[in-house]
Ligand binder design. Structure first.
Ligand SMILES: Cc1cc2nc3c(=O)[nH]c(=O)nc-3n(C[C@H](O)[C@H](O)[C@H](O)COP(=O)(O)O)c2cc1C
Length: 275
């Protein structure tokens, strides 16, 4: 099996593919014709990250596992300037009030399609998504979270749980959705526990998703309460029904934000320990 095909008419022997391969699977055949060649065992060691193909300015290299059109050229018209990028990143807000409007499955899928480009350790790409959009299911998840919190408040000594738990329960009892805040969708990203960096991969995927949601007119928020319940409460574990042996982090609510934000909130100055 080969890993790469080099188009000798296009290749300029600049060695970029060899230099940029993160695991050193390409060498320049300096004792032969000078073209890049794969090293022994490259096929099984390849991370499939595509750096070699993406870095080649001449389109001379094809990874045999990818179709030719899998690597579109970067559209320079779409390049984001630094100021736009910074404002964009500062514009994302945690959304806790949603319009009473569903989010189409196709829209959720398009968010997930972007989230799959988040970095994953070793390019493992093992994150999976469990998505809820049916109002009765969302109601069940919120109710089961409340059941879990109530059990904690009634059975654990005060001080062992956050002081706002009784407020969450009181609000719920008054008919306010203090868990999912009326969000029309809930996403749970998970990864196989064999993936030792699974939780990091999951978190990064969620971060990509919450960022790309903004220009699509959507908002998200991490849901600690559901996470707490999901780690310890059997009924909600059965409802959410993650793939067997998967680890998860915070579920994320998604919906159309009810409010607009007009200013960029300030954050604490970073602590940088220069060494
Ligand atoms: C890991 C994580 C967990 C969070 N959990 C919750 C949560 O349980 N409930 C909530 O309302 N917000 C939660 N948030 C949102 C934070 O409160 C929010 O990011 C922070 O207050 C800053 O506000 P901003 O996201 O609008 O910039 C969480 C955020 C992160 C990153």
């Amino acid at each position: 099996m080969t890993l790469l095909t080099i188009d000798h008419d296009k290749c300029k022997k600049d060695g970029l593919c060899a230099l940029d391969c993160p695991v050193g699977l390409i060498r320049m055949d300096t004792e032969g014709d000078g073209f890049p060649v794969e090293v022994a065992g490259a096929e099984s060691a390849c991370l499939k990250c595509g750096h070699c193909m993406a870095v080649c300015p001449h389109g001379a290299l094809t990874l045999d596992r990818y179709p030719g059109d899998a690597f579109p050229e970067i559209d320079k018209e779409l390049t984001v300037g630094t100021a736009q990028a910074i404002q964009f990143l500062r514009t994302r807000r945690s959304i806790r009030h949603y319009k009473d409007r569903p989010v189409e499955k196709a829209t959720i899928e398009s968010l997930i399609q972007v989230a799959r480009y988040a970095p994953t350790a070793g390019n493992s790409q093992s994150v999976q998504w469990t998505v809820f959009t049916n109002p009765p299911d969302l109601k069940t998840i919120a109710q089961q979270t409340i059941d879990c919190l109530r059990d904690i408040v009634e059975t654990q000594p005060t001080g062992t749980y956050p002081p706002y738990f009784p407020l969450i329960l009181a609000g719920w009892d008054m008919g306010v959705d203090t868990v999912l805040r009326g969000a029309p969708a809930l996403l749970v990203a998970s990864a196989p526990q064999e993936n030792l960096s699974g939780l990091v991969d999951v978190t990064l995927a969620l971060s990509y998703l919450e960022l790309v949601a903004v220009p699509m007119g959507l908002g998200t928020c991490w849901v600690g309460l559901v996470r707490r319940a999901l780690t310890m409460w059997k009924p909600i574990q059965e409802t959410i029904d993650l793939p067997q042996g998967h680890v998860h982090f915070y579920p994320m609510m998604l919906g159309h934000p009810q409010f607009r934000y007009h200013r960029l909130p300030e954050r604490r100055e970073p602590t940088i320990n220069w060494r």
